[in-house]
Design a protein around this ligand. Sequence first.
Ligand code: GTP
Ligand code: MG
Length: 149
Amino acid sequence: MERTFIAIKPDGTNRGLIGEIIARFEKKGYKLVAMKAVKPSKELAETHYDALKEKPFFGPLVEFICSGLVIAMVWEGTGVVKTGRQMIGATNPLESAPGTIRGDLGIDVGRNVIHGSDAVETAEREIGIWFKPEELVDWDQTVKQWIYE
Ligand code: GTP
Ligand code: MG
């Protein structure tokens, strides 16, 4: 089953949005497979955002991600990478549609509340960076017969 890496950034945790964000993924029907609270090291943040290292905002972005509590999660379900990104909304919250997490909860691109993997391969890479294999929980989502046909 497809998996994605979702992280609530330090602005989201400081603003008390953890429950709101987790609730959206839960209510959608996706299955939580792993979750932990982390204050990321610079090395972890730089590795995570490696593809952006030439961007002018890379330094501030890494500093921001390391500045406080991050809730790192793995969510599982059909189409979770693409649909997760749609639930999150566009990178710039001023352009994210109302009803999306960023569209409803943010204003500034540098404070856009949440991260979601942008492709299945990226998700596999990011899950490997943030979690050890044994931290991914094998459990039965007993309501799945009411979520999937
Ligand atoms: P993530 O889910 O966090 O990876 O966001 P994304 O995939 O929607 O965007 P992208 O991977 O291109 O950028 C990663 C993060 O860098 C964004 O979430 C923003 O917080 C930040 N970022 C992207 N573009 C800009 C920018 O033009 N200015 C600033 N200050 N930050 C940016
Ligand atoms: Mg991205």
